[in-house]
Design a protein around this ligand. Structure first.
Ligand code: SAH
Length: 353
């Protein structure tokens, strides 16, 4: 039994079932026992691997994409912001690739949004050559042009789940039975409580709502509208999601979501329609497959260049990593990207408009 399981069981016995959002929040970010708070979960030896950890070209191409958009928008002083930077690998790759873009580094201040003390420590080491400011939330970011990136950040934000029943929506809650965590249904709420999901759902359907994403998207769109810049968001998910997408991963395998609280990763697919709904006065690109985006940004050529002086077996490894990022049956199709950018200005390169 994990430490966190004990404390969750106690809490539920004392004060009753908790929402899936509270469960995710506690499992991922509990100050002592939270999955991200206490450890580095990435890589072959960890529980899962992300695109920047697979290949440096991911961050290099996205960095140059941001830099091109910065040039298109007049080369003003700006904040380079990443949310949920993990080990800092994506930011390090962006910074290396943009070093040769004239004046880019001179005009930039770097900001990372991170909750986990363990990962912050690793980011500090990865980015030790740069002046970086860390924030726990978006509130204190500078009021200037922003170039924002987030890979697999929004999937870690807590979601609430609702099931459509004959009499209304019921919230799915986490409860306990005989010292084991179980899911149960909470009180009914009126069908009209989730008005935008009345028409496209039928009895028994589950929908998910990520309330935590809303203020972040509002902040980003406000910042882009007022000061310019752009935001690139990459994650796995789709438009108009339906169904239970909560998943838990341990040692690169999916496991029961209630089995190892605090010791396994817990995520939910990102609903890009919901994420970008109601954003006014800025433009949002269509969701673009990761594979399509990276190919348009030149991943094949970049790989050829990067590997031209390597031995044959090394070439194979590098190219296999790039293929993993773009192949539809690997990460190329499930992972999608969107960009937010100012009205009347050019969208970042590579996105479907
Ligand atoms: N972007 C990285 C890591 C993705 S994992 C990569 O692609 O490799 C999710 C990251 O988001 C971790 O750094 C985690 O600590 C951070 N995170 C999760 N929830 C957060 C929250 N509510 N606020 C800030 N950071 C959060």
């Amino acid at each position: 039994m994990t430490d966190l399981l004990n404390s969750l069981l106690l809490q539920i016995k004392q004060t009753g079932p908790i929402t899936v959002a509270d469960y995710m929040n506690i499992c991922l970010l509990h100050p002592k026992h939270g999955y991200y708070s206490k450890q580095d979960p990435f890589g072959k030896k960890g529980d899962f691997i992300t695109s920047p950890e697979i290949s440096q070209v991911f961050g290099e191409l996205l960095g140059l994409c941001l830099a091109q958009n910065w040039i298109d928008q007049g080369m003003e002083p700006f904040s380079l912001v990443e949310a949920g930077p993990g080990r800092g690998t994506l930011m390090a790759d962006i910074l290396r690739a943009t070093k040769s873009v004239p004046d880019f580094h001179k005009n930039m201040s770097i900001h990372l949004i991170e909750e986990s003390p363990a990962l912050k420590k690793i980011q500090r080491e990865t980015l030790s050559n740069f002046c970086v400011q860390w924030h726990k939330s978006f509130d204190h970011l500078p009021k200037k042009q922003i170039y924002f990136i987030a890979n697999e950040f929004f999937d870690a934000l807590p979601i609430r789940q609702f099931k459509k029943t004959k009499t209304g929506w019921s919230e799915i809650l986490v409860s306990q039975q005989e010292n084991k965590l179980i899911f149960c249904l909470g009180n009914k709420i009126p069908l009209t409580a989730i008005p935008h999901r009345i028409k496209d759902t039928k009895l028994g359907d589950i929908i998910e709502i990520c309330a935590a994403a809303k203020p972040i998207m509002k902040f980003l769109s406000g910042q882009i509208m007022n000061y310019g810049g752009c935001a690139i968001i990459i994650d796995y998910g789709a438009n108009h999601l339906k169904g239970n997408t909560l998943q838990s991963v341990k040692n690169h395998n999916k496991i029961n979501t209630l089995k190892l609280p605090g010791n396994s990763d817990l995520t939910a697919h990102v609903d890009f329609t919901e994420l970008t709904k109601d954003l006014s006065n800025i433009l949002v690109t269509k969701t673009t497959r990761q594979g399509t985006l990276l190919k348009r940004l030149g991943i094949i050529n970049r790989m050829e260049k990067l590997t031209s002086n390597l031995k044959e077996n090394q070439k194979i490894d590098y190219k296999a990593a790039a293929q993993r990022l773009i192949e539809p049956n690997e990460m190329g199709a499930l992972f999608k990207a969107i960009a937010l950018y100012p009205s009347k200005l050019t969208a970042p390169a590579g996105f479907d408009l």
